[in-house]
Design a protein around this ligand. Structure first.
Ligand code: HEC
Ligand code: HEC
Ligand code: HEC
Ligand code: HEC
Ligand code: HEC
Ligand code: HEC
Ligand code: HEC
Length: 324
């Protein structure tokens, strides 16, 4: 046979004429393309994780967790910067010296919460101006450290080096996480009591339709179309709810706020909204008694159902015993 005549060229041309060979070649070609695409993706993703810009090699000293600056009169300020955090942050392509000047050691640390906002505001002027005028920013300017500055809403650990883009799913300002971010302060009973603000805003929001739907829904932005805190109060421009400028301050404003999503809602629709008020016999008697009625009804039905199941079980058991 021709095949066995030691002619390599002949064997190859024989093989090439087989259908099986074409199939094998096609499959290998496909596998090769998939492999190349895979490697390219891994490389591309990896380059996104590139180290934060650090052109002056500041991290050679500041990556030391023990680095701290003693304060006159005792205590110290930690000067550790977590390189991994900075590398995952929205500012990873901004060099340390862009924010810290080329002579960082001639600037005193720490700044106050207000001057921190000012520092962020040197680049983010739009958000800074809105924040200055907000209930949080006004208090910051008066030296009140309890209110929110930029890092309180934009960083998990309130560090200027771990600010994550707002559209990343793990960002504190990502829509699904906003309620929890506000609740760090607004769920703190003691802090809120000292301002005479109800501490139940988070709890009541989570009981409300919007909060429940948001919690049960997915994490994709398209599934997060329900209202969260910032849809009713704003984000950088939050005002006291008693102020005329607040989007929930007057019934007219509240209706406009609902209309942003509920087309043609109108004032009547908005006036039915209880806000964060607990229903009570004196504030909203109808809602209060209806809620009580449903709670009692659920219990009664529950008890009857359990009773019926128990009776059936007893009957079944006793019938089986008699048979034996
Ligand atoms: C040779 C080590 C070293 C390098 C390199 C270094 N630092 Fe420092 N840095 C320190 C020490 C030590 C302190 C504490 C200084 C003190 O006690 O006053 C400090 C303090 C600071 C402070 C607080 C300023 C203050 O005095 O309150 C900042 C901000 C800072 N460094 C940023 C940087 C940046 C940005 C770079 C890179 C451009 C950098 N450092 C490079 C060692 C270093
Ligand atoms: C987007 C701007 C920005 C970038 C980029 C940045 N920092 Fe900072 N950094 C700040 C702000 C704002 C503060 C808070 C100032 C304060 O509290 O005194 C701060 C504080 C610090 C402090 C004082 C300790 C602290 O955590 O409060 C050190 C040290 C420091 N930065 C070093 C660095 C180093 C090193 C880099 C580069 C790897 C870097 N920073 C990159 C904005 C930035
Ligand atoms: C009370 C919480 C809160 C505070 C305080 C806050 N932000 Fe935001 N920020 C948000 C939320 C929530 C978003 C997401 C978009 C939105 O709802 O407007 C956001 C979005 C942003 C964005 C993305 C662009 C945009 O406007 O959507 C930037 C930049 C930003 N904030 C910077 C800042 C700076 C700088 C400060 C301080 C001066 C600050 N933020 C203070 C909650 C806050
Ligand atoms: C030197 C200028 C500069 C300073 C100072 C600065 N930023 Fe930024 N910030 C930027 C730039 C530029 C981007 C956009 C980065 C990108 O798109 O790659 C950004 C992105 C952001 C984002 C993400 C925006 C989005 O669309 O999701 C937030 C939030 C933010 N910064 C908050 C802050 C806060 C808070 C501070 C203070 C701790 C601060 N920035 C300080 C320049 C700055
Ligand atoms: C659907 C709109 C809506 C949403 C969502 C919402 N609020 Fe409110 N909020 C209101 C209205 C209306 C009021 C004024 C009536 C009241 O106090 O209940 C109010 C009042 C407040 C007050 C002032 C309470 C007081 O005692 O003075 C705070 C603080 C507050 N909200 C925070 C939040 C936080 C934090 C969230 C998210 C966890 C949130 N709100 C979600 C509409 C909303
Ligand atoms: C770091 C803590 C902190 C965070 C985070 C924070 N707040 Fe506040 N907020 C406060 C304090 C403290 C006050 C009271 C200020 C005052 O009355 O002087 C306040 C006031 C308010 C008020 C005005 C209440 C009134 O009296 O009418 C509203 C509305 C509000 N915050 C909404 C929000 C929302 C929405 C978020 C999240 C996007 C948020 N806050 C995040 C601390 C915080
Ligand atoms: C950011 C958008 C947004 C805002 C602002 C908003 N809602 Fe909603 N709301 C929704 C979405 C989305 C649903 C779910 C609709 C559905 O699935 O039928 C919903 C559902 C509801 C429901 C229960 C279901 C229904 O359709 O009857 C009530 C009641 C409600 N909203 C009242 C209000 C009131 C009152 C306001 C103003 C204070 C308001 N909402 C503001 C997005 C919003």
């Amino acid at each position: 046979m021709k095949l066995w005549n030691n002619n390599i060229y002949g064997s190859i041309s024989w093989a090439l004429k087989r259908k099986v060979t074409t199939k094998i070649l096609r499959t290998s070609f496909l596998v090769l393309i998939i492999l190349i695409l895979g490697i390219a993706t891994v490389v591309a993703l990896d380059s996104d994780k590139a180290n934060a810009l650090d052109e002056s090699d500041c991290l050679s000293c500041h990556s030391d967790p023990m680095l701290a600056k003693p304060i006159v009169g005792g205590g110290s300020i930690p000067l550790y910067v977590d390189g991994d955090e900075q590398s995952a942050s929205a500012h990873r392509y901004i060099d340390c010296t862009t924010c810290h000047t080329t002579e960082p050691h001639s600037v005193e640390t720490p700044l106050t919460k207000a001057s921190l906002a000012e520092k962020c505001g040197s680049c983010h002027q739009y958000q800074y101006k809105l924040h200055l005028d907000s209930v949080h920013g006004e208090q910051l300017a008066l030296g009140n450290p309890d209110v929110a500055t930029c890092v309180d809403c934009h960083s998990e650990n309130r560090s200027p080096h771990s600010i994550i883009r707002v559209l990343e799913h793990n960002a504190t300002a990502y829509k699904k996480n906003i309620a929890a971010t506000c609740a760090v302060c607004h769920g703190d009973g003691e802090l809120m009591a000292s301002y005479d603000i109800t501490e139940k805003v988070y709890e009541s929001y989570m009981r409300d339709f919007h909060g429940k739907a948001m919690e049960l829904g997915g994490t994709e932005l398209s599934q997060l179309n329900k209202a969260t805190c910032t849809n009713c109060h704003g984000a950088h421009n939050i005002k006291s709810v008693n102020s005329e400028d607040s989007p929930v301050g007057t019934l007219e404003h509240l209706a406009a706020t609902c209309e942003g999503c509920h087309e043609g809602a109108g004032e009547e629709f908005a006036s039915g909204f209880l806000g964060h008020k607990q229903t009570s016999a004196s504030t909203v008697p109808v809602a209060y008694y209806v809620e009580k009625f449903f709670i009692i009804m659920v219990w009664v039905i529950g008890v009857i159902a359990i009773g019926l199941v128990a009776l059936a079980a007893i009957r079944y058991a006793s019938q089986h015993r008699w048979k034996e």
